[in-house]
Design a protein around this ligand. Structure first.
Ligand code: IVH
Length: 686
């Protein structure tokens, strides 16, 4: 297929790379392996080196690091970038007040039908205007004061999610507005790396993203993965905007822009309240921070009728959630001993409501970080709690201090078992050297083993583990399975029925998978993903226990540190014994589990979109079923969608599917598709 004419080949490669970058970064559904992408990329790069005249600003090779500017240049916005009114009443009343105001301003009679709204998330990042001329990204600017922002094109170009060229038939001019943000996992990874290197950590994803975007030298973005969501338009020429906001976002998704799937078209105040509640419940599970939701009158014609007051549209409002950062007093610092013996300084706080719950403990990570932050007992500190990340003290609020407060010191002996506390030369962490002799490590090992993602032993929580270990009932993991109802019922506050439930849960946990079992053992550096990779590679537990470091290094994503950790773990006869005893206790997993993944995937390469509420399947269930069959669930409908599965109150995605002629299924239809896929699979099986 490849042509020999360099100009044609370069254009072909750019189009291919653009297509695959969109699949990878925006749809999260790559079609080719990374290595193949890299090969195409390098081919284009070498053509451009040989023929510099073929270099185009929208070439994927132009997402270059290493550009340094003397200063950021001002950019006058063609259409000013407004802000939105904030409704700080975090209860339902906030949404009701907005709807009432809209109805009043539109002079709607009381019996007029509900107003239709587009409800979306309020992303916590930095607003950006992306200017596309003839489909090519020519400029990216910050909001600034709304009239004049700063040119940050050199930085924005490095964000993989932001297309350098729009897909499809692009308008002569299109300004896309949205939020640059940092995902929580990318933020945590960045901070973890900083911590391991003894460097300063960043306060929160928003500040980090905002700071990165305004850097003069774009090399400082190399270690900061940023993301983007489009939520509006600026100047537009040569394009007729759809008549609703929701359809406008659909159109942007079709242009290749990332648009958040968590949005809905709702009717009236009741719809807004339901959305606020639904997203509030989902907030912690989202991969990024939000500080509220945004409601927009959906019909563009009504937006125009409503207009603006000063610098805010009357047709939009932000409805907040409780803040994820608060200040409070640091009352004390205690030491916690973790599963691997790591000593963590934990802040004892004056209880404070943050991120939706009351927090009285927060991590200070390690001695060096604590010192760098300069916190002392009695200080006012900023606490952050976002998602399921452990609450942490991110900074101290400067202020007066008593003349003498002693510096915090790490204990020399483990506060739990008295063993020596050691720190590797040049290392960051202090550790108790007691191993499983240390009750704290034993407790944490048990809790990890019983965890939902490990052996999933329901009912085995903190309190019970404390009792079991402190009461001397359990010293090793296998002893768990020797607990009977009689022994358990003897424990304080343990009713017969809960004892029986726990025994049943233990029994149930015996049927597991090898990957869960391996993860449950709590080998340092072996998380869920590594456990799965190991099983896929080796197939059985004996081969894993016997694998040499060299053999372990052959496993996907296993480096020297992980390989050594696995080897050292199984070099200890005591650990092998634990494995044998657990198997003797009746723990089993399906044979050939590693091959499960090579099973035929009938929906492989197919993309489905879910919309509305299905009668029995939750969204996560439907997604799991589709993914198990090898299919991909995308957030928005495009020409590449194979099926749309629609339930009650399906919104714009359904309209879009009809518009594009994409087949629409209901829940029964989805089952039929999965069933048919499974059946046809059976037919072709040898
Ligand atoms: S719309 C005319 N939608 O919130 C309306 N803004 O003051 C313009 N933001 O800094 C804004 N998520 O960056 C809109 N879904 C969303 C948003 C959103 C976050 C930010 C925006 C701006 C502030 C609004």
């Amino acid at each position: 297929m490849s042509t020999t004419d360099p100009a044609r080949r370069a254009a072909e490669l750019r189009a291919l790379l653009q297509h695959h970058a969109h699949r990878y970064h925006v749809l999260d559904a790559p079609e080719i392996p990374d290595a193949e992408y890299d090969r195409l990329f390098q081919e284009l790069q070498s053509i451009e080196v040989a023929y510099p005249e073929l270099l185009a600003p929208d070439s994927p090779t132009q997402r270059v690091l290493g550009q340094v500017l003397p200063g950021l240049s001002p950019v006058r916005h063609a259409v000013s970038m407004l802000s939105i009114r904030t409704e700080t009443d975090t209860t339902a009343a906030g949404a009701e007040a907005f709807d009432a105001r809209v109805r009043r301003e539109l002079a709607l009679p009381a019996d007029a039908p509900p107003v239709e709204y587009a409800a979306e998330l309020k992303f916590d990042g930095l607003a950006i205007n992306l200017r596309y001329e003839q489909g090519v990204l020519v400029q990216a600017a910050t909001r600034g004061d709304g009239e004049t922002g700063e040119d940050v094109t050199h930085n924005i170009r490095t964000i993989g999610q932001i297309p350098l060229r729009l897909l499809g038939d692009a308008p002569a001019m299109l300004e896309v507005r949205g939020e640059v943000y940092m995902r929580r996992d990318d933020f945590e990874r960045l901070n973890e790396r900083q911590r391991q290197q003894g460097l300063k950590t960043y306060i929160n994803p928003r500040n980090t993203a905002a700071g990165a975007v305004r850097q003069l030298d774009n090399r400082s973005l190399a270690d900061k993965k940023l993301s983007f969501f489009a939520y509006g338009l600026g100047e537009v020429r040569g394009w007729v905007q759809p008549s609703t906001h929701s359809a406008t976002l659909d159109a942007m998704a079709a242009f290749g822009m990332p648009v958040c799937a968590d949005r809905a078209v709702v009717q009236g105040a009741a719809g807004l309240v339901a959305f606020h509640r639904e997203m509030g419940a989902k907030r912690d599970a989202l991969p990024f921070d939000i500080d509220g939701v945004v409601y927009k009158v959906n019909a563009v014609a009504l937006q125009q009728r409503l207009g603006f007051v000063t610098r805010e549209p009357r047709w939009a409002v932000a409805h907040k959630y409780p803040a994820q950062e608060q200040t409070t007093r640091l009352n004390g610092i205690e030491i916690q001993v973790g599963r691997t013996g790591k000593l963590t300084p934990v802040a004892k706080l004056e209880p404070v409501f943050v991120g939706g719950t009351t927090v009285s403990n927060a991590t200070l990570h390690n001695l060096f970080e604590l010192r760098r932050k300069g916190v002392r007992v009695g200080d006012t500190v900023i606490v952050r709690r976002a998602g399921d990340v452990i609450p942490e003290v991110v900074a101290r609020v400067p202020g007066p201090r008593p003349a003498y407060v002693p510096n915090f010191r790490m204990p020399r002996a483990c506060p739990v078992c008295g063993s020596a506390v050691l720190r590797e030369k040049g290392g960051i962490d202090h550790r108790c050297s007691g191993g499983l002799f240390c009750a704290a490590q034993r407790k944490q090992a048990l809790l990890h083993f019983a965890g939902r993602r490990a052996m999933d032993i329901e009912g085995l929580g903190d309190k019970l583990v404390d009792q079991l270990v402190d009461g001397g009932l359990i010293r090793t993991l296998p002893e768990l399975y020797k607990l009977g109802v009689a022994k358990l019922s003897a424990l304080e506050r343990m009713a017969d029925r809960s004892a029986a439930n726990l025994v049943a849960a233990l029994e149930k946990s015996k049927h597991t998978t090898l990957a869960r079992f391996l993860y449950a053992l709590g080998i340092r550096h072996v998380g869920e993903a590594t456990a799965k990779d190991l099983v896929r590679h080796f197939g059985g537990i004996d081969r894993i226990m016997d694998a040499s470091v060299a053999q372990l290094l052959e496993v996907n994503d296993v480096g020297p540190v992980v390989a050594q950790s696995i080897r050292s773990f199984f070099d200890q006869p005591h650990h092998r014994e634990v494995v044998e005893q657990l198997r003797a206790a009746g723990i089993t997993w399906p044979e050939h589990e590693g091959e499960a993944d090579t099973a035929p995937k009938p929906l492989a390469g197919r993309t489905l979109v879910l919309t509305g509420t299905l009668p029995t399947l939750g969204r996560d269930d439907a997604k799991a079923l589709i993914e198990a069959a090898g299919g991909k669930v995308a957030g928005s409908v495009s020409k590449k969608t194979d099926w749309v599965v629609a339930g009650a109150e399906a919104g714009s995605k359904l309209d879009k599917a009809r518009e594009l002629g994409i087949p629409v299924l209901d829940e029964a239809g989805l089952h039929a598709l999965l069933g048919a896929a499974a059946a046809s699979d059976g037919d072709t099986a040898p």
